[in-house]
Each structure stands twice: as structure tokens, then as C-alpha cells.
Write a protein that binds this ligand. Structure first.
Ligand SMILES: Nc1ncnc2c1ncn2[C@@H]1O[C@H](COP(=O)(O)OP(=O)(O)O)[C@@H](O)[C@H]1O
Ligand SMILES: [Mg+2]
Length: 305
């Protein structure tokens, strides 16, 4: 659906995207995960054709994207990173303006606006000025605006920044529904929890380069080990160090015992042995692998640094 081949985009002082290649399939919920300044918004702007690439090629549904190609742009809705709405007019009036940008016929526009306001649960507030809206309501209205022309592809650029938790969940549910109904979604975020929850495939981007891409499970395989077991260090467990060695390799014994389990270890066997030796569950933590750990592994930095 979207093909990005060896794309480079330079600004005067920085290479925002450095030889990026990605394929995004139809109906995918695709995540673009990376810290601030990684190049996420630049890539969104290239896909919708607001910017031209310096090198490489971008196609949407087989058609080459350029700033002058308005055909490919019709297939795309963009929810921009910074909310773009007129504060001094109502929600309804905002959507009327966006609708006319998209060239939606007057006789259809009323129904289209009503439907989209309903779907983001703002129909009852349609006559209120946007300036009284919460961050979450503005974001929902911005999403509605980007969908008026019923695009096949929705680009969401950090849509939960500045949004309260309740609206955040409403936005997640709504996007998931849109995806189930067949829309291809690209979702940028620096919150790995969001990428983990929403996206069927994820590309991790840093300093303009894709440093890993795949399903969550595929990405986590890039970690040198999948799972570690942490055991508190105290008088009791210090006597049992040899026992831990039967279940895995002890990577670290400074503050806690960090155990890398042997490949075929069944956690149930491990817990049974611990129990038999009087080491309760409260002494043990099993580390779930995470995108955060993967990012740290690949870059040596945390996502939010
Ligand atoms: N219009 C622009 N002019 C100059 N530099 C830009 C412009 N847009 C983005 N950049 C720079 O390109 C890099 C990537 O920015 P951006 O795509 O906004 O990252 P992200 O969305 O991941 O935070 C940053 O170093 C940013 O400062
Ligand atoms: Mg951005």
C-alpha cells in the first residue's frame, strides 16, 4: 500500500531521514516508534506529500507521491502533531471549513460532518466554540477533520500528547475500530506502551534511520536474551546461589541475582524448586522483554531521553 524506498530528506542543518526503506501493507496498523527528533513527523509529511524527498521514492497505492500529486493525497488523512483547529468558532464550523478544503459537495457535507462528530462523541458539543474544549476533545475533533474525505490511509502523528487518560483510551478504541473497518493506519509515538498495544508491526526509528522493524515478537527477538529472572539478594537466597545455576546463567549478582534462563527452562519447574527451598514468589521477578529494553539495547539510550 505504501512503499518507501531509500528515502533521504535533508534540512539545512540535519539529515532528518537517512536512506529509509519500509513497506506498509493495506489494512495494517503500523507503528513508528522513536524519540523526539527521530524523523517521525518528517516521514508523515513525505507520505502525504507536503514535503518532497531529496533521494529515493515513495509510492501510495502504486502511485508516486510528490508535492504536486493531489491524487495520492486524497487517499490520506493526516492528524498532525500540533492540533490544527480554529479556536474561536464551533466544532461544526471547523469541520465545514475542513470539508470545503477537501472539496466535499455541499449537499453531502452536513451528513458527513454529523457522522464524524458522532463517531468521536462530539455531536452534542458541535455548537460550542473549540476554545472551551479539553486537549482530548480537540484531538478527537482533529481526528474527525482528517477523516471527512474518507481516506483509505490515516496518519496519526503522536495523537495522544496532551490528552487526558480517558480521552486517550477513547482515541485508542476509535482508531482500533477504524482499522478493523479497513483503514490502514500509521501511528507515530515515543510511548512504547502505545506501540505495543495498538500496532501489528512497528518500525523503530532513531536519528533518521530505521533500526528495527517487524511485529512485536520479531523485534523482541533482536534482544540478546528474551527474558531474565531477578531474585532478591538476602541471607536465604545467598545460600542457594548454586541452585539458581541449575536453571540458567547468572549474569549479575551485585544487587540482585539476574538469571538468564536456559533455553528449555519451564518456569513452572523453576518456581516449584524455589518453593521447595523456601524462596517465595515475593523474592522473584520475571522481566518481560519490552520495546524499551530493545531500544536501550540498540541505541544505548532510553526512548524518552
Ligand atoms: N522544517 C524543518 N526545518 C529544519 N529542520 C527540521 C524541520 N523539520 C524537522 N527538522 C529537524 O529534523 C529532525 C527530525 O524532526 P522530526 O521529523 O520533527 O522528528 P520527530 O517527529 O521524530 O520528533 C529534527 O532534528 C528536526 O529539528
Ligand atoms: Mg514529530
Amino acid at each position: 500500500m505504501i512503499s518507501i524506498k531509500n528515502v533521504t530528506k535533508k534540512f539545512p542543518t540535519v539529515t532528518a531521514l537517512d536512506n529509509i526503506s519500509l513497506d506498509i501493507k493495506e489494512k495494517e496498523f503500523f507503528g513508528l516508534l522513536g524519540p523526539n527528533g527521530a524523523g517521525k513527523s518528517t516521514l508523515m509529511n513525505l507520505i502525504i506529500g507536503y514535503l518532497d524527498a531529496d533521494e529515493g521514492e515513495l509510492t501510495v497505492a502504486g502511485e508516486k507521491v510528490t508535492r504536486n500529486n493531489l491524487e495520492s493525497r486524497k487517499k490520506i488523512g493526516l492528524v498532525p502533531q500540533s492540533i490544527a483547529l480554529y479556536d474561536d468558532i464551533s466544532a461544526q464550523e471547523n469541520l465545514e471549513i475542513f470539508g470545503s478544503f477537501f472539496g466535499i459537495k455541499k449537499n453531502l457535507l452536513r451528513a458527513v460532518i454529523a457522522e464524524n462528530l458522532n463517531r468521536v462523541e462530539l455531536y452534542d458539543r458541535r455548537k460550542d466554540k473549540v476554545k472551551g474544549f479539553s486537549g482530548g476533545m480537540k484531538r478527537r475533533l482533529n481526528i474527525a477533520a482528517s477523516l471527512l474525505h474518507d481516506p483509505e490511509i490515516l496518519l496519526c502523528d503522536e495523537p495522544t500528547v496532551g490528552v487526558d487518560p480517558q480521552s486517550r483510551n477513547a482515541i485508542f478504541d476509535y482508531l482500533e475500530k477504524l482499522n478493523e473497518e479497513g483503514k490502514t493506519i500509521i501511528y507515530t509515538t515515543h510511548y512504547m506502551e502505545e506501540a505495543e498495544r495498538l500496532c501489528s508491526r512497528i518500525a523503530i526509528i532513531d536519528h533518521g534511520k530505521i533500526i528495527g522493524a517487524g511485529s512485536l515478537d520479531e523485534l523482541l527477538l533482536l534482544l540478546p536474551y528474551e527474558q531474565t529472572i531477578l531474585i532478591s539478594k538476602n541471607q536465604l537466597t545467598e545460600h542457594k546461589k548454586d541452585l539458581f545455576g541449575k536453571f540458567g546463567t547468572i549474569l549479575n549478582d551485585q544487587e540482585k541475582y539476574e538469571l538468564k534462563p536456559f533455553e528449555k527452562l519451564k518456569l513452572s519447574d523453576f518456581f516449584k524448586a524455589m518453593e521447595e527451598n523456601g524462596i517465595g514468589y515475593n523474592f522473584i521477578d520475571v522481566n518481560k522483554p519490552s520495546l524499551e529494553a530493545l531500544f536501550l539495547h540498540l541505541t544505548g539510550r532510553r526512548l524518552r531521553d
